[in-house]
Ligand binder design. Structure first.
Ligand code: SF4
Ligand code: SF4
Length: 424
């Protein structure tokens, strides 16, 4: 079956969610030189791990300066209508808006367009036509007043794949329509998965958007997706944190959202800058059993992809980076640097956000500025200090597989003989 036939037969979601692993094969002798089954389709969508493998191949052939930016997570609105317990963004957004630490915590739309142009130009010249652009605010991204214009520009003019992450509490009908028509993924965050848990953990000053509102929003999004015939490409997902009041309710919740056609569910551990107070807290055996059972049966409930942490023991997400696990370089800072306002940074770890030496620079959207920024003095500082001086890592899995592939590829006789294939 050739590539075109394959593309016509299967939707984008099917193509990216059915593979079981990816292999690097020497097509001359048929030998598999590298493989992994940790392919995390939700994490990379609408790109896939294959794009990252190709980028590592580019690094071997032409150097890391020729790698494209594949994904940008944009923090462009530092205010929120929720007041969630353990909000990870709270301390950094306070820092961002104090003393002009971040020049444009809310980016003026005309400047935003130039920044989007420059990112897509830089990546297209390096072989990536569709940069994954994740809009997650550091607050509620629905509240950015030019959101519709920004999304339409990013998709239509820059060819970006939009991933939109929000509670959805302030989505207008116009924004819903724009997202369903244009974006690749909409992920709705649920502070809790029952009415009581939602109210408690969202901790809103005035509870104006509750669990039932969020469920109605999901229903509306899936209905609109059907209306626009985008079921094969628009991924709709849900994320929640594993917390005590959610215990015992996961199955019912999955049944509800699966019945509308929600594709993906993700449960993550609590992340908080004050993590030390949670270090020794463990999950109840009951919730561990519940999540592991659902891992086996989620498809029966209508969900296509189900993600839970590997280690279901401690409630706190331990991201410590041990010396022996450090990669030779921070790959993710090259291929997926986040934007905070218009500051391009190496990653979203709290102590990296709040130290301007770890920012590549402030983007102005000038043609060619990314070439300077990604090789300039700050880039060299980042390269010398990361991961050497990183104690925790927010991109551990990405860095791990890229490092392992790079080590394998650099000893191959002819890199052009190496091709990547998904296995089903
Ligand atoms: S919705 Fe997100 S940004 Fe807003 S308070 Fe909750 S965790 Fe923080
Ligand atoms: S913490 Fe991880 S992602 Fe961030 S700079 Fe260090 S190695 Fe890179």
């Amino acid at each position: 079956m050739n590539n075109t036939t394959y593309r016509n037969l299967f939707s984008q979601k099917e193509r990216l969610f059915t593979p079981k692993r990816i292999v690097a094969i020497n097509v001359k002798n048929g030998k598999t030189v590298w493989l992994t089954d940790k392919i995390f389709p939700q994490h990379f969508y609408p790109l896939s791990i294959k794009n990252y493998c190709e980028a590592v191949k580019v690094a071997i052939k032409y150097g890391t300066n020729r790698m494209p930016i594949l994904s940008v997570s944009s923090k462009d609105f530092p205010y929120c209508d929720f007041n969630c317990l353990d909000c990870l963004a709270c301390p950094s957004r306070k820092w961002a808006v104090t003393n002009n630490h971040i020049k444009y915590p809310i980016i003026p739309i005309e400047l935003y367009k130039k920044v989007l142009d420059e990112i897509s130009r830089y990546s297209k010249e390096r072989g990536c036509e569709h940069v994954r652009f994740e809009i997650c605010g550091e607050g509620n991204p629905d509240l950015y007043k030019n959101r519709v214009e920004m999304i339409e520009y990013a998709t239509k003019n820059c060819g970006m794949g939009i991933v939109y992450v929000s509670t959805g509490s302030k989505m207008t009908n116009e924004l819903i329509d724009c997202l369903v028509r244009n974006s690749s993924c909409i992920r709705i965050s649920f502070p809790g998965i029952t009415p009581n848990a939602y109210n408690k953990y969202s901790n809103q000053w005035k509870c104006s958007f509750g669990f039932e509102d969020a469920i109605s929003l999901l229903k509306k999004l899936t209905e609109k997706r059907k209306e626009y015939g985008r079921e094969g490409e628009l991924l709709i997902g849900v994320r929640t944190c594993i917390r005590p009041l959610n215990d015992g309710s996961y199955k019912k919740f999955l049944e509800t959202i699966g019945s509308f056609g929600v594709d993906a569910f993700q449960a993550v551990k609590v992340l908080t800058p004050e993590f030390s107070q949670h270090l020794e807290q463990t999950m109840s055996q009951k919730v561990v059993r519940e999540l592991l059972e659902l891992k086996e049966s989620y498809k029966e409930l209508g969900i296509q992809d189900f993600q839970i942490p590997n280690n279901l023991n401690k409630i706190y997400n331990d991201r410590s980076l041990k010396e022996e696990m450090k990669p030779s370089k921070c790959w993710s800072s090259i291929v997926s640097p986040p934007l905070y306002g218009t500051n391009l940074m190496c990653c979203v770890l709290w102590d990296r956000i709040t130290d301007l030496s770890y920012h590549y620079g402030i983007m102005e959207g000038k043609i060619g500025e990314l070439e300077n920024m990604m090789t300039g003095a700050n880039a060299q500082f980042i390269n010398e200090n990361c991961p050497k001086n990183c104690k925790d890592c927010c991109s551990y899995n990405d860095n791990k597989f890229m490092e392992s592939l790079w080590k394998t590829l650099k000893v191959q006789d002819d890199i052009d003989d190496i091709k990547f294939f998904f296995e089903y």
